[in-house]
Design a binder for this molecule. Structure first.
Ligand code: GLU
Length: 284
């Protein structure tokens, strides 16, 4: 089977060494296997993504010596595709509109002593809008009240009987537990579709066979696996790698200017010096 990997950054800042490691890993795995390496810009969130960061990402990757196969897929140019998935899930009764604000949810969960949280840190949604009648929903939508779309987790799990597993390269087959996300948001009030929906859709559409990414997204895979099962999408193999940290052991973030590829380049660091620690030789 042809190996197809991808690097899928969100243009919310400049690439840092952690991204470089991720991109180099995906690129190297594809090139080693004579496969394909894809580049995708996950710019679905208009509140955080910027075109100048997107341009900078392409420049930085080219500086690193990475080439990608085919066109860059830019998610914001494909909104109708994500909308079609959401519509399909809605027809099956697997998503519902949620009108709650963050404050509403905080107020609701404040009452419960140890409110459970999803792996992404958000409090588990208490299900307020899941219990609205069809009439109430229609009235609020007609009144122009903004809403998100949430997955009805219980119904979604019931729609995919049997155990969900993924193959993690480092550990083998592992069991997924998407329930810990609760009724996850699949479309926000201010963003047309969520990261979870778009990344899973695109990996399937683009035929990605090996997803390499940081271990901060390991648990998100459980939700992605559920979406794959609901939609009948193929399931890639996963390789979650460790995250790079600074000298103080803190995870690198886009706000750490010192570690950005731009800053390193300005300081005279060469692409080879970035590639070597990632185990990727200068010439391939
Ligand atoms: N767009 C995501 C990010 O920049 C990564 C998606 C993925 O690799 O699955 O964090």
């Amino acid at each position: 089977m042809e190996v197809i990997t991808r690097f899928a950054p969100s243009p919310t800042g400049h690439l840092h060494l952690g991204h470089a490691f991720s991109a180099l890993t995906a690129w190297h795995r594809a090139r080693q296997a004579g496969g394909r390496f894809l580049l995708r810009l996950e710019d679905i969130d208009p509140t955080r993504c910027r075109p100048d960061f997107a341009t900078a990402i392409l420049e930085d990757l080219a500086w690193l010596g990475l080439d990608w196969d085919g066109e860059v897929r830019v998610q914001s140019a494909h909104l109708p595709e994500y909308r079609a998935v959401l519509d399909g899930l809605a027809t099956r009764g697997l998503v519902y509109p949620c009108f709650c604000t963050r404050a509403d949810i905080a107020r609701e969960v404040a009452g419960s002593a140890a409110a459970p949280h999803a792996p992404d840190g958000a409090p588990l949604y208490p299900g307020t809008c899941r219990r609205l009648s069809a009439d109430e929903r229609a009235t609020r939508i007609a009144a122009g009240q903004p809403f998100a779309l949430r997955l009805d987790m219980a119904r979604a799990l019931a729609a995919v009987p049997g155990e969900l597993t993924v193959f993690e390269e480092a550990e083998g087959e592992r069991r997924c537990d998407p329930a810990r996300f609760g009724d996850a948001v699949l479309a926000r009030k201010d963003a047309p579709a969520s990261y979870h929906l778009c990344v899973t859709h695109d990996d399937a559409l683009q035929g990605v066979t090996l997803v390499t990414r940081g271990e901060d997204l390991r648990l998100a895979t459980d939700l992605h696996r559920l979406l794959q099962a609901l939609m009948g999408w193929p399931v890639p193999c996963y390789a979650h790698h460790h995250l790079l940290t600074d000298a103080a052991g803190r995870r690198l973030a886009k706000r750490d200017r010192a570690a950005t590829l731009r800053e390193l380049r300005a300081d005279g660091v060469s692409p080879a010096q970035v590639r070597a620690p990632a185990g990727v030789p200068d010439q391939m």
